[in-house]
Each structure stands twice: as structure tokens, then as C-alpha cells.
Ligand binder design. Structure first.
Ligand code: ARG
Length: 446
């Protein structure tokens, strides 16, 4: 039998409790620091509307900052009998401060507490992901510059098509990450609105100052409609998950390219041995397992928005306990993606490129369009030039001129990497992480 914040006369059976709490205590550990930040803002606001005295605020603030430090040190735990992180923090305050600790829950519910915790958590983790994406972006651009003059075949239908370059290949994934970050920045905006003060989903008759907690927590705005604030649970996570999935899709495609280009039949790139594994039977094997696992991990991450959609599908407005389960899918996803990004950044920086691909005559035909274009520039109508080169190929008279010298925009000799760098920086600036940092520092008195 366990005791709960909400327990009155009925006691809860342990097996029912185990079933309903499930992995929630473990998940709530992700939210602990943010729960304290939400409480710091809430009590500051409560004092401003005279629901706490100045002395009570000062004592509570000191205790909450102390709990925050305990969490940072890794010494915080949710006790076995305590239902969740919200109850644990309140219990610690009440143990230390008695009645003053019991006052902080005026005008709020665990429903808006968990909402605000999730948003604060998400904001911070999006910043981490943005940094990790920046490292990968920079590494890709560096590799693009390093190999900008090394040609490789481009493919359509996986058939040799036209000349491409390693500069283009690496740079393509860099630019893809910019679009992914643009999506992530929109998701960040959705996460950056304050649900606190919506209480159980229908607000409070206390004169809560929601603009004040919005400012104190460094949110861009609040979720104005308290019913919508609650409806944002599950939706915010889904939108953010879509953005994480977008990054994962880019990295997964890169991983597949890397596996393909590393195979003997292509032989375009070489992965350092430490990222390959051997076979128990075939002594010659160096399998690209790390990229293969990257691909699978990226695919799993792309399932995340769909998992969240299905957990929350068809829920009407208002709070439901179903929402608790979203945490199990959503909260660990950031660490998973951060791990992927850091491993891929290392691998990309160490990829060695085969600079002699074009010595192999099987790639000669990728220069057919170049030959057609040369004839066109010399005055032959395109369709005639196309036919002539086609016939030459059939008759074995085609000799590839293995060079590409055009440098206009959109051609393979012009990578536009400086423009990409500028666009990347502009995209990162659009997040505005500084406002929330300043808010958090000030809540913590730092
Ligand atoms: N663990 C709960 C969740 O994540 C916290 C909110 C509890 N509220 C409630 N009405 N049971 O949703």
C-alpha cells in the first residue's frame, strides 16, 4: 500500500499502482531539473499575487535551488512510495519546511506541471541537438571542400548517369541538415510557449499572472487558451519528433550511401577499420556495421512521430493518463539522436575517398551528356548531337573526356559552400536560445 498526494480514504493496491505508474518514475528523472525550474517561476508569481509572503518565497526559493543542485549532482531520486517527480519535489519541500512546503501547489496541477516540464526539457534538448547537427554540418562542409575536385559517378535508377563529385555528395547532406534545422526551429517555437497556469486544463480562480511565469521561464509567449495548453500535450512532442525524424532521415540516407559506396562493387570510399567488423567465417570481411546500425537507429527515430500519433490518437480534449506513456518514447529520443550524430560526425571526418574511380572504364559513359553539350556549344542542334553521341556509343566510337570545368551556380564545379555556411548560421540564430538561458540563470540566482 502506497500513499499519494491525492490519497484520501481509499488506499491503492500495490499491483494496480505498479501497473499505472509503470516506468513513469524512471521517465520523470529526465524532467526533475525542469520541474524545479517550473516551481521556482510558479512561487515567484504566487508571491507577486500575495498567495505567498516574501519570507515564504525566499525560503522556498533557497530550498528549490538546493534541490536543483542535488539533481545536478546526480543525488536526486524518486522514492519507491512516491508517485512522480512532482510529488517527490513537494515532499522534499514539505519535509524541510512543513506548512510552507505545502503551499506551493496553489493554482496549479500536476497536469500543467508536467506540461511545463516537458516544454523546458524539450527546449534544452533541442539546443543540444542543434549543436550536434552543427558539428556534423561543419564536418560535411570540410570534407566537401577537401574533395571538391574529385569526380565520382552520379546515379539515377542506380544506373551510372552523369558526373558528380565528392564535394557535391558531402555538401548535399550538409544542405539537407539546414532544411531539417528549419523544421526543428519551427518545432522549437511550438515548444517555446508557456502552458503553466492552465492547471488541470481549465485555469484557476486565483489571480495567476501567467505573463509573469512566461517571462520568468524565458518562453516566447504563453499558450493563451488553457484548454489548448492541455491539448498541446502529445502534440508538441509529435511536432518535435517529426523534426527529429527529419534529421534522422537525412543521416539514415547518408548511412545507406556510405554502406553502398564502401562495398567492393563501388569502392568509392573507405571507412576506417575501427568502424567495420569482421566475420566469424569469412576472413576477408570488413563490414560497415556501424553505418548499418546508424541506418536502423535512424529508421527507428523516424517511427517516433507515428508512435506518438498512435498513442494519442482520437483522445478528446482534456487530460488523460494515456499521455503519460508518450514520455517513454519521446524523452530518450534526444539522447539516441545525439549519439547517432556524434558517431556519424566522427565517421564522416575519417572517410577516405577513392580519387581514382574514373580510371575504371565502366564509368566512361557518365560523360555522354558532356559530349552532347560540347557539340551543342559548337553549333549542332541538341537532338542531332544527342543522336550522334548515342550512335558513337553503340558503335564503340565514344571516347570520354573525363573533365568537367563549368563553375556556374548549379554546376558541379560550384559547391556554394560559403552560401551554405551563411544559411546554416542564420538558421541557428533563428532559435534564440539566449533568452531561455538568461531566464534559467536568473531563476537559479546564477
Ligand atoms: N504522470 C502523469 C503524467 O505524466 C502526471 C500527471 C498526473 N495527473 C493526473 N491527473 N493523474 O501524465
Amino acid at each position: 500500500m502506497a500513499s499519494k498526494l491525492w490519497e484520501k480514504n481509499v488506499t491503492v493496491n500495490t499491483d494496480v499502482e505498479t501497473y499505472t505508474v509503470g516506468r513513469d518514475r524512471e521517465m520523470d528523472m529526465y524532467l526533475a531539473r525542469f520541474d524545479v525550474l517550473g516551481s521556482l517561476a510558479h512561487i515567484t508569481m504566487l508571491q507577486s499575487v500575495e498567495l505567498l509572503t516574501k519570507e515564504e518565497l525566499d525560503i522556498l526559493t533557497a530550498e528549490l535551488r538546493d534541490i536543483y543542485a542535488i539533481i545536478e549532482k546526480g543525488d536526486f531520486a524518486i522514492e519507491p512510495d512516491v508517485e512522480d517527480v512532482h510529488s517527490q519535489v513537494e515532499l522534499m519541500l514539505t519535509r524541510r519546511l512543513g506548512d510552507t512546503g505545502k503551499k506551493i501547489h496553489s493554482g496549479r496541477s500536476r497536469n500543467d506541471q508536467v506540461l511545463v516540464d516537458l516544454k523546458l526539457f524539450t527546449r534544452e534538448r533541442i539546443e543540444d541537438i542543434t549543436r550536434a547537427v552543427a558539428s556534423l554540418f561543419n564536418t560535411l562542409i570540410d570534407q566537401s571542400e577537401r574533395y571538391k575536385n574529385v569526380l565520382m559517378p552520379g546515379y539515377t535508377h542506380l544506373q551510372v548517369a552523369m558526373p558528380s563529385s565528392f564535394g557535391l555528395w558531402f555538401g548535399a547532406y550538409a544542405e539537407s541538415l539546414i532544411d531539417d534545422l528549419t523544421v526543428l526551429s519551427a518545432a522549437y517555437k511550438v515548444a517555446n510557449r508557456n502552458p503553466l497556469g492552465s492547471a488541470a486544463g481549465y485555469g484557476s480562480s486565483f489571480p495567476l499572472d501567467r505573463s509573469m511565469t512566461t517571462r520568468l521561464l524565458g518562453f516566447e509567449s504563453m499558450n493563451y487558451n488553457v484548454v489548448y495548453a492541455q491539448m498541446g500535450r502529445g502534440k508538441t512532442e509529435r511536432i518535435v519528433a517529426q523534426a527529429l525524424g527529419s534529421i534522422a532521415a537525412t543521416v539514415g540516407k547518408l548511412a545507406y550511401d556510405a554502406c553502398l559506396f564502401n562495398s567492393q562493387n563501388f569502392g568509392f570510399i573507405k571507412l576506417p577499420d575501427q568502424y567495420t567488423t569482421g566475420s566469424s567465417i569469412m576472413p576477408h570481411k570488413k563490414n560497415p556495421d556501424v553505418f548499418e546500425l546508424t541506418r536502423a537507429k535512424c529508421n527507428k527515430l523516424q517511427a517516433l512521430p507515428y508512435e506518438i500519433t498512435l498513442i494519442t490518437t482520437n483522445l478528446p480534449s482534456g487530460y488523460f493518463r494515456d499521455l503519460q506513456l508518450v514520455k517513454e518514447n519521446f524523452l530518450p529520443a534526444f539522447d539516441n539522436l545525439a549519439d547517432i550524430l556524434s558517431m556519424v560526425t566522427r565517421m564522416v571526418s575519417e572517410i577516405k575517398v577513392n580519387t581514382e574511380i574514373l580510371d575504371d572504364p565502366r564509368y566512361d559513359l557518365m560523360f555522354s551528356v558532356e559530349e552532347v553539350n560540347r557539340l551543342v556549344v559548337a553549333g549542332m542542334p541538341f537532338r542531332d548531337a544527342y543522336k550522334k553521341v548515342g550512335l558513337d556509343i553503340e558503335n564503340g566510337d565514344f571516347t570520354a573526356r573525363k573533365a568537367v570545368d563549368h563553375t556556374h551556380e548549379g554546376s558541379i564545379g560550384n559547391l556554394c559552400n560559403d552560401a551554405l555556411r551563411a544559411l546554416f548560421d542564420k538558421t541557428v540564430d533563428s532559435f534564440d536560445f539566449t533568452t531561455y538561458h538568461a531566464a534559467v540563470d536568473s531563476l537559479l540566482g546564477r
